[in-house]
Structure formats: structure tokens, C-alpha cells
Design a binder for this molecule. Structure first.
Ligand SMILES: [Zn+2]
Length: 430
């Protein structure tokens, strides 16, 4: 069991977690007793499985998708809590967070509050790039608020229950991480147990999955890019060139095995490394010296050679040609595997002590940004009562009396002592 469970209910339902069908394992839907047709189907299934491997995210064991939210949902239904307004609100909030998430950009940070008496879930939708690892740091400030479910789904067509679950929060590590297999959008859903809640902060950032291949150098020393024309237009550049003084150490960017140490017409002295986490091949060319052997195990930062200008670089200044290949020798752009995006989110401008409190719109015609791409922003009139759910950058996330949520600029609200009554959930019936 991955979770430390305080709650009796969850403790009970978690016992059966291991028997659940893991989303990553699909039972082969074919039998082999129909000769050629079955064999054709089997081959097709193998192709589909191999094909899907390349689009699957890389997730460390600690962040493997957890069934705990689904199990909790089932336990509410088993106890017939879905017949109560409160239970229905919890279930509809879970779906709404995936069907109408807030679109955000990373790095992102929000301090927020779940009100225990009002079932609530929140979804954040963001874009993630292949070559970057997404790190989600979640801190729950109050220790007595029960379990927080935090799960990431790949945003695809289809209803809330059809989205592939990618990764889940680890309570022990206070974080969640995954690596996209391709550029894609993802949804983080946060939801506490029924009648639990409290204050929390969430931060989403993106870091490159590979370390830079030239010692004491960085992305600014890449002066020639992937896809540039080569050989008078007869081929394209299948990598990036990092310019550095002759003899500068060249480093492994990954955990892996040295696949080849050799000599090529174009590449001169070359080293290639198999990336054991991703099944990619890293290709280092124009080396002055090769300082490793075929079969050697390497880690990020290990010296494998030095910068030179061997091969067809003999007339150019010393540089490392660095390439990344997928199986089948398809070259891919190394840029996003090396680029260090800013990880510091915009400062929170709102008053964090107002989070969870009531407020009123103090100017006329403020737009409530419902940040889903489909949704229109709509205008709020003067004096509209809201409850502040969270603060992020220069905005508050608020909920209106009818249960609608969205972001508004921090400067347009005025705190009030008058309580604001919020419908239990948008779709809940009395
Ligand atoms: Zn090059």
C-alpha cells in the first residue's frame, strides 16, 4: 500500500486496490484458435501495443497511477451516498474538474482552500512538452484534513471517465512527476475526501530530462539547430551543435550504456549511448578524444570524450554535434530535452489570508475568466458576491453563488463579513 491511510473508509476499500485492472495492462482480446485470422489479429495487436508504448508517459514507481480516487468513488456509491445531495455533489465535482478544467500555463502556483462542508474539486489543464519532466509539488498545510486525491490525466477527446490516467500524487514525497512521451495537454485534478478540506498550495513546473552534454556550457552555446540545411540542401541537420573550446569535457546526458565508440566519415570520432529510461540513442560527434568504451555504464555528467572538430567539421571551429534518435533511426530535436524553462512561477499578488473568505465585486463589468478554451468569459455586475477559492499570480479563483468558478483580477474585490451562500455544486439537485 502506497498511502498512509487515516480514514477508516479508505482503509477498507484500499484492500482491494491490487485486484483492480491497472490502466497500463490490457488483456489480449483475441484467441488463437482461428488460424490465419487470429494470427493476423495477434500481429495487429502486437503492432498496436508497440505503437502505444511510444505515446505512453514515463512515470516512476512512486507516481504510478493510483486507483484510490476511483475506489473512494465506488465506496461512496456502495454506501448509497450518491442518493444524497452531498454525495452527488462530490461525484459531479470530480467529473466537472476533468470536463471543464481551468487552462493554466506553467510554471504555475496557487494557494487555495477546500471548504469541507462544500464538496469541491479543481482541474488545471496545461501543455507539456516531450523532453521535459513535469513536477507537481503539493503541500497540504493542515494535517487533519484527510486524504487529498491528486491525479494527472492526458487531455483527450471523450468524457471524464475516458481520459487516460497518467500519474498520481505520492503522499510520502508530497509530489507527483511524469514525463510526456509527446507534446500534449494534461489535466491535474485535486479533490479531498467528502467533508474534508483545508488549505493547500500547488506548484507545477517543467525541467529538462537530460543534462547538458558539454561541461560548463548551456543552451546559449547551441549555435546551429536541428533541421538546418546541410550538404547544400541535400540533407538536414539531425542534431544541435554546441560550440566550446577544444578539449572541453563531453558528458553523458542520461543513464545508459555506451553503444558504440567509433569513426565515421561525417561525424569523425563518435560515441553513441543508449538511454535506458527512454529507449533513445544519443549520438556525439566530432570528438577530439573518446574517453569511454563500448558497453560501459554511464550516468548523467560522466565524461565520455572531449570537444574537437574531427570528421567533416575539420574546417570549422571545435564543437559537439549532439543528436537524439528514436528506434528506427528517426532523428528528433534535442532542444526541449535540454532547455531550462523558468521554474519560478509569477508571484502571488492576492491577499492569501482572504482565501476561503467572502467578497464582493467592487467595480462594474468585471470578466470572470472561465479558462477552458471553449468557455466564454462572462461579465459580473457590481456587488456580485463570491467566495475566494484560491490565489494565483495576479488573480483570485472564485466561486459564484450558482457554483460557477473562474479567475478574476485581485484588484476588483472587496472583502465582506456577510456570508455568501454557494449552491452545493453546479449539477447537484436538492
Ligand atoms: Zn552538427
Amino acid at each position: 500500500m502506497r498511502y498512509f491511510l487515516k480514514h477508516d473508509l479508505l482503509e477498507k476499500v484500499s484492500m482491494s486496490q491490487d485486484t483492480l485492472t491497472h490502466p497500463r495492462f490490457h488483456r489480449m482480446p483475441f484467441t488463437l484458435n482461428r488460424g490465419n485470422i487470429a494470427m493476423t489479429l495477434l500481429l495487429l495487436a502486437v503492432v498496436l501495443v508497440l505503437g502505444s508504448c511510444r505515446t505512453r508517459e514515463i512515470v516512476e514507481e512512486a507516481y504510478e497511477p493510483s486507483a484510490s480516487h476511483e475506489e473512494y468513488r465506488r465506496s461512496l456509491m456502495a454506501m448509497e451516498l450518491d442518493d444524497t445531495a452531498l454525495g452527488r455533489a462530490w461525484l459531479s465535482q470530480a467529473d466537472a474538474a476533468l470536463e471543464a478544467p481551468h487552462t493554466i500555463s506553467i510554471p504555475f502556483q496557487e494557494i487555495a482552500h477546500f471548504e469541507p462542508s462544500r464538496p469541491e474539486a479543481v482541474g488545471f489543464r496545461f501543455e507539456a512538452l516531450r523532453g521535459q519532466r513535469i513536477e507537481i509539488l503539493l503541500e497540504i498545510e493542515d494535517g487533519e484534513q484527510g486524504k487529498m486525491f491528486a491525479d494527472v490525466f492526458r487531455a483527450e477527446e471523450g468524457g471524464a471517465n475516458a481520459l487516460p490516467q497518467v500519474a498520481s500524487y505520492s503522499d510520502e514525497l508530497n509530489r507527483l512527476e511524469f514525463e510526456p512521451r509527446r507534446d500534449s495537454e494534461y489535466i491535474l485534478r485535486l479533490q479531498p475526501e467528502l467533508l474534508r478540506g483545508g488549505r493547500y498550495s500547488v506548484r507545477i513546473q517543467s525541467v529538462p530530462v537530460m543534462s547538458f552534454p558539454v561541461q560548463d556550457h548551456g543552451i546559449r552555446h547551441i549555435w546551429s539547430f536541428f533541421g538546418d540545411s546541410r550538404g547544400g540542401g541535400t540533407r538536414v541537420h539531425e542534431g544541435v551543435d554546441v560550440f566550446a573550446p577544444r578539449g572541453t569535457p563531453v558528458l553523458s546526458s542520461v543513464y545508459g550504456t555506451v553503444r558504440n565508440v567509433g569513426t565515421r566519415d561525417l561525424g569523425g570520432l563518435v560515441v553513441s549511448i543508449t538511454d535506458e529510461e527512454r529507449g533513445l540513442v544519443l549520438y556525439y560527434a566530432h570528438l577530439e578524444e573518446q574517453l569511454t568504451q563500448r558497453g560501459a555504464r554511464v550516468a548523467p555528467g560522466d565524461i565520455i570524450g572531449t570537444v574537437g572538430n574531427t570528421g567533416n567539421a575539420i574546417t570549422t571551429p571545435p564543437h559537439l554535434h549532439f543528436g537524439i534518435y528514436e528506434p528506427g533511426w528517426r532523428a528528433i530535436d534535442p532542444w526541449n530535452f535540454l532547455y531550462e524553462f523558468d521554474t519560478e512561477p509569477p508571484a502571488i499578488a492576492g491577499a492569501t489570508n482572504k482565501i476561503g473568505g467572502a467578497a464582493r465585486v467592487a467595480v462594474e463589468g468585471v470578466s470572470l475568466m472561465k479558462t477552458t478554451p471553449e468557455a466564454q468569459a462572462f461579465s459580473l455586475s457590481y456587488d456580485t458576491p463570491v467566495v475566494i477559492l484560491g490565489a494565483s499570480a495576479a488573480s483570485y479563483r472564485v466561486v459564484l453563488q450558482d457554483g460557477r468558478t473562474g479567475y478574476i483580477p485581485v484588484g476588483v474585490l472587496e472583502a465582506t463579513d456577510e456570508p455568501v451562500r454557494i449552491a452545493q455544486a453546479f449539477n447537484a439537485e436538492p
